[in-house]
Ligand binder design. Structure first.
Ligand code: DQQ
Length: 534
């Protein structure tokens, strides 16, 4: 019981109990951030999907409100599924969402606030003319879902996209509307990728190559790139690519047609799905929400009475330095939860060593910022180190030793390291002297329990000339969100330790490289809880 209670989060969003999945309709309205989510009011497993609702002033402290919409009409009786908010030119709000009908056909429905003057948007009205969109000819009745936020085209129409598939090709359809009641399907697709299967929760948004702030969904022009994202039902991960969106043709062309045609980059190399961005007009930023599921057994979820959390909302920017990826970073407001701080300056870890980091406070809620320097002599003198073969998921995790890695931190680790969750870098080098850096999280020893996921996650992370290696880790009980190089590569983990909890959990610096000495400097804050009021 105590173990199950420990898993509940201190500052990540979750309902008081029961099942949650996708983020829905995030929006800033009359001074409040609104967050809706796929919710089962009757249990800790998926089903009976309604829209949960919460509001916040700062994206961190949430107040739970009554459910916004429940499945109570023929056109959504099998579920009020995922949807998005659009703010109209006069400031009014509309919501488009997918309904699963009495015959389990996926249709799109329109809803709006009963009282637009209510900043809390407590009551919602479903448009009496629903459904407003049914699957077009040629599209399967169960392959038509998750409308995005709409944006105004230069022709003065609202445009949005919906995910689908044709045979095994994942596609996104494009629709125009003037009034959100009648719609026109555009010829041609925004994008499609053979072999990817059903595209869920598609997203499209602009990022700036010039300015440091986010862009509203309709913005375009020479200094703008467009991110297209899809959640692949077949492998349960969120993929994106950067490209150029042509407002005239409604088509998006990937920057890198060879690698990006498959939408090759992942928002997160751990557990992160069905994500959705919104433009925060208050702080002029683009913010990403993502669903973090459980990786324990369904039985355990039923026992604890809840399942899933949401990632801390992330600010998204184009990475001007690399030009090839976005940067994701926890919204700045999370830093207000920082309490006591412990600084470690230039701690040395010799090859094959573990150094305990005594912080003097509880370690189940932390914000860690760490920088690593790798011994220059080793970096220069080492030759070819499994440059072509290494990858985090196929490696033996933190136990696999190379000349220049792995090194990093062990979180939620007991004194004997029986249970440990390493988050680390691994550097490889080819015969020409080119380096490739990997960022990984190893769950193989995170829990002694047998019915939890123990995979090793991670990927490469771009590191430019002269840059130090850096990571940020948000630790919140059973959730760990890890960001490398300012958010170029991210890994979200769920862990279910049985020993390394409460006062038995600590943090360690480790260096399992065979040749390089590592010097680490860290700032570690204890994080306060973000109480949800009701
Ligand atoms: N979840 C919703 C769907 C969506 C899926 C149903 C993605 O609308 O495609 O709960 O997790």
């Amino acid at each position: 019981k105590k173990l199950l209670a420990w898993q509940k989060t201190g500052f990540h969003f979750q309902p008081k109990k029961n099942w949650m999945n996708d983020p829905n309709g995030p929006v800033f309205y009359k001074g409040w951030y609104h967050f809706f989510y796929q919710y089962n009011p009757y249990g800790a497993v998926w089903g009976n999907i309604a829209w949960g609702h919460a509001v916040s002033r700062d994206l961190i402290h949430w107040r739970h409100l009554p459910m916004a919409m429940v499945p109570d009409d023929w056109y959504d009786i099998n579920g009020v599924w995922t949807g998005s908010a659009t703010i109209l030119e006069d400031g009014r709000l509309v919501m488009l969402y997918t309904g699963s009908t009495n015959e389990s056909v996926q249709v799109q429905n329109l809803a709006y606030p009963a009282d637009p003057l209510d900043p809390l948007l407590v009551d919602w009205v479903k448009y009496p003319g629903n459904p407003v969109l049914v699957p077009p000819p040629g599209i399967g009745s169960k392959d038509f879902r998750d409308p995005t936020t709409a944006w105004l085209t230069p022709q003065g129409k609202w445009r949005f996209i919906i995910g689908s598939k044709l045979n095994k090709t994942g596609i996104s359809l494009v629709y125009d509307t003037k009034d959100f009641k009648t719609y026109e399907l555009l010829n041609g697709l925004l994008h499609s990728v053979p072999g990817t299967g059903m595209w869920e929760c598609v997203d499209i948004f602009p990022v700036s190559k010039i300015v440091e702030n986010g862009l509203d969904t309709g913005e375009n022009g020479p200094g703008v790139k467009h991110v297209v994202k899809t959640s692949l039902d077949d492998d349960r991960n969120d993929y994106y690519a950067l490209g150029t969106y042509d407002g005239e043709t409604g088509k998006w062309i990937p920057d890198d047609p060879i690698n990006d045609v498959g939408i090759g980059l992942r928002y997160d190399y751990g557990i992160f799905y069905a994500s959705k961005t919104f433009y925060d007009q208050e702080k002029k930023r683009r913010v990403l929400w993502g669903w973090i599921k459980e990786t324990d057994s369904e039985n355990a979820d039923i026992q604890k009475g809840w399942a899933s959390v949401q990632a801390i909302p992330r600010t998204i920017l184009f990475d001007k330095k690399t030009g090839t990826n976005i940067l994701q970073w926890p919204v700045e407001e999370v830093e207000r939860l920082r309490m006591s701080k412990k600084v470690f300056d230039k701690v040395e870890a010799k090859p094959g060593s573990i150094v305990p980091l005594h912080v003097g406070f509880a370690t189940s809620q932390l914000d860690i910022v760490a920088e690593f320097e790798v011994d220059k002599v080793a970096l220069e003198s080492i030759n070819d180190t499994d440059h072509t073969t290494y990858s985090c998921p196929t490696s033996h995790g933190a136990a696999q030793r190379g000349a220049l890695g792995p090194f990093g931190l062990l979180v939620h680790t007991d004194n004997h390291q029986t249970e440990q969750t390493p988050v680390y870098f691994y550097i490889s080098k080819d015969t020409e002297g080119n380096f490739k850096t990997f960022f990984c999280a190893d769950h193989s020893r995170s829990s002694e329990a047998i019915d939890v996921d123990k995979a090793i996650y991670g990927s490469t992370v771009p590191v430019l000339e002269g840059e130090k290696l850096s990571m940020r880790i948000l630790v919140d009980h059973s959730i760990i969100e890890s960001f490398a190089q300012g958010g170029r590569t991210c890994i979200t983990s769920r862990i279910y330790p049985m020993r390394a909890v409460y006062e038995n959990a600590g943090i360690f610096l480790f260096n399992n490289a065979t040749d390089a000495t590592i010097t680490a400097s860290l700032h570690i804050w204890q994080m306060s809880s973000a109480y949800a009021h009701s």
